[in-house]
Design a protein around this ligand. Structure first.
Ligand code: AHR
Length: 659
């Protein structure tokens, strides 16, 4: 097989085109990227039930907590009255009848501690009649593995019985799993508690679980879309994501149940599933998402609610024209001020007070998640209202529209007709339209030309996509076969980089045993994390982007008939030709590269190869079963494409440009 390389330049490739989609699904935030180890730390968790149009929650303040038993059981009462924060009204009133009685937290399915690592513990407490010390420990069964004591501050009668913040650090002597966090009273008495926390000392910026953070950073993402996904909309409007409630002191962030807590409820399970206690503490809030963008070098792309609950799950909405609708628009305007405003502005001042006086450099904003137009939803009218208000004040902000939940229905066609029509009148109306597609691998192979004929005036954001191969166990869903189909499709995305300007795989994270949606890019449990084959495809694309494409002149179509999916680009700064090729066949193939006369033939080629069997996948036990192998080999005009593989080849064909 021969590929003639052109010396013409194709279209420019945005260096931030390959990015991330973050949603708090599959325990991606609490119990995931948010490094907090304790579950239901502020006694606000809800137990969630229901179905479309009929959702309800039962407060379950004691979820995850129980009395310890070794000195007899003390009494746990979950009360309201005078909490640390009115936004999180419940707290624990604990009475020990005997010295040493206490209570413990399950910490998801048990604490995992690493030998030598320090863990920062903090909590608010109010000594009612308790005296002596609070005894803080990590226990497994009745065995105490780690412990520390903090003297109880006796209330000053002049000041009343006020909440006091306590802190201590515990350092693990040995690796430990399946343990519980516990607190006991040294002497009989009553005390009240709220906002417990146990954070690994190595959490990045004191917030992000380090191994997950490193995996994100390792992708070199161009942007980060957050906070979802359907959680932007909520399964009810009450449950929607409100960014303003996610910033400021942690204690002031109102806990909310997670929209995915009612995933897959049915009559047979009593409208209640194993995810029913999936809640959001909002410890990862908008400030932290912006901070994460800063730390991993990604552009922020927040997505906002447009007054509609998830259209799959609800008909709830706020009518356009209702004063409440104006608040949704105001939220968008205030968000720009929070991200970019001077420290003398209200929201910019809050950002500065949280530790980031420098603006976050917001340039893009998503208007609605996966909305579509119906006579009731009136999404297009909503988009218009947002666009007008935002662009009147901030014309430079690039807005992202929505093509709805798929790329085949009338919703999708109507959306594109709308954005293209409006773009004729106002070029700044919509920068890119967010498309979502979760499809079979075969669809990806058959549609590498999907964007070839798209009009170029409104751009595309491939905001959620993934190949969904057939699978038996959820942990086996992220196969190499699926990842190669995505890599093949991305050759077409890259070739059309003048219209597809942003692309993100979805969803990003899954915690083993807590999964509502699969496949997912990165898997983890309490101990470890790994990238799936799809992760390595994303990483290869993110790390090996040209600055412009090299025209393929239709040759890709011929190669596809042979099961080879190719695109070429050029890095004008380094003078490298970058070739990406998927070989989906079970035999190796040789691809001869005919370089134009103006290119020199390099002596070596640098290769990054992802190869294996269709069903190969990674697991916690075998995290690198499928991974990229890199090598520099002699180049004699041909590339060997391994069976069932994705290859990225870099060839120095032009002199590097001086900076
Ligand atoms: O990625 C999972 C879900 O898929 C997202 O929440 C939603 O936007 C889409 O339907």
């Amino acid at each position: 097989m021969i590929l003639n390389i052109s010396d013409r330049k194709g279209v420019p490739v945005r260096q931030d085109m390959i990015g991330l989609f973050f949603e708090d699904i599959n325990y991606a935030a609490d119990g995931g990227l948010y490094a907090e180890l304790l579950e239901n730390r502020a006694f606000e968790f809800a137990d969630c039930y229901g179905t479309r149009g009929d959702y309800y929650v039962l407060p379950d303040c004691g979820y995850g907590w129980e009395a310890t038993e070794d000195c007899g059981r003390g009494r746990l009462l979950f009360v309201t009255g005078s909490p640390v924060s009115r936004r999180n009204p419940h707290y624990l009133r604990f009475t020990a009848d005997r010295a040493g009685q206490g209570f413990s937290n399950q910490a998801y399915r048990g604490l995992y501690l690493e030998a030598g690592k320090a863990y920062r513990v903090s909590f608010y407490a109010r000594a009612v009649s308790a005296r002596g010390n609070f005894l803080v420990s990590v226990r497994k069964g009745t065995e105490t593995l780690l412990c520390g004591a903090v003297p109880i501050r006796v209330p000053d009668p002049e000041k009343g019985n006020r909440w006091e913040r306590y802190e201590l650090t515990l350092t693990a002597a040995a690796d430990t799993e399946g343990a519980r966090f516990a607190v006991a009273l040294e002497r009989p008495g009553t005390a009240e508690f709220d906002f417990f926390s146990m954070m690994p000392d190595d959490a990045v910026a004191g917030v992000f679980r380090r191994d997950l953070f490193e995996l994100l950073k390792g992708l070199h993402p161009g942007f980060l879309r957050f906070p979802g996904g359907c959680i932007v909309e909520g399964n009810t409007l009450e449950n929607r994501y409100r960014w303003k409630e996610s910033v400021g002191p942690l204690e002031e962030r109102r806990s909310n149940f997670n929209r995915w807590a009612v995933h897959q409820t049915a009559e047979e399970n009593g409208w209640h599933t194993g995810y029913a206690h999936y809640n959001q503490t909002l410890g990862l809030g908008f400030y932290e998402y912006f901070l994460l963008c800063d730390l991993i070098g990604a552009k922020p792309l927040p997505v906002l609610n447009v007054g509609l609950a998830c259209q799959y799950q609800s008909l709830e909405k706020v009518e356009i024209g209702d004063p409440a609708f104006e608040k949704f628009i105001q939220d968008a305007l205030d968000l720009v001020e929070f991200a970019n405003g001077g420290t003398d502005t209200y929201w910019g001042g809050l950002r500065a007070g949280m530790g980031h006086p420098k603006p976050f450099g917001l340039t893009m904003l998503g208007i609605g998640n996966e909305q579509w137009q119906t006579p009731e939803s009136k999404f297009f009218e909503r988009y218009r209202a947002f666009e007008k208000a935002i662009h009147e004040r901030y014309p430079q902000i690039r807005l992202i529209g929505s093509a709805g939940p798929d790329i085949v229905s009338d919703h999708y066609r109507d959306a594109w007709a709308f954005y293209h029509g409006e773009a004729e009148k106002n070029g700044n109306f919509c920068y890119a339209v967010d498309e979502h597609y979760y499809v079979k691998p075969e669809w990806f192979y058959a549609h590498t030309d999907f964007y070839d004929r798209y009009p170029r005036n409104v751009k595309v954001f491939s905001g959620e996509y993934a190949a969904h191969p057939a699978f038996e166990a959820v942990e086996e869903a992220n196969t190499l076969g699926g990842a190669l189909a995505e890599a093949a499709f991305l050759t077409g995305v890259e070739r059309n980089a003048d219209v597809v300007v942003l692309a993100s795989y979805a969803p990003l994270f899954a915690r083993v045993g807590y999964v509502q949606w699969t496949p997912d890019l990165i898997w983890f449990d309490e101990r470890a994390a790994y990238g799936t084959p799809s992760y390595y495809v994303q990483k290869l694309y993110g790390e090996h982007l040209g600055t412009c494409t090299v025209p393929m002149d239709g040759q890709e179509k011929e190669l596809e008939k042979e099961g080879i999916y190719v695109n070429c680009s050029l890095r004008e700064d380094s003078g490298e030709l970058i070739l990406k090729a998927v070989n989906r066949g079970t035999c190796a193939k040789e691809l001869t590269l005919r370089l134009p006369e103006s290119f020199r033939t390099p002596e070596t080629v640098s290769l990054s190869v992802l190869a294996g069997q269709e069903n190969d996948h990674n697991t916690i036990e075998a995290p690198q079963n499928v991974r990229t192998q890199t090598r520099e080999t002699p180049f004699a005009g041909h590339l060997r494409l391994e069976p069932i593989s994705f290859t990225v080849a870099r060839l120095a064909v032009l002199p590097p440009k001086r900076q």
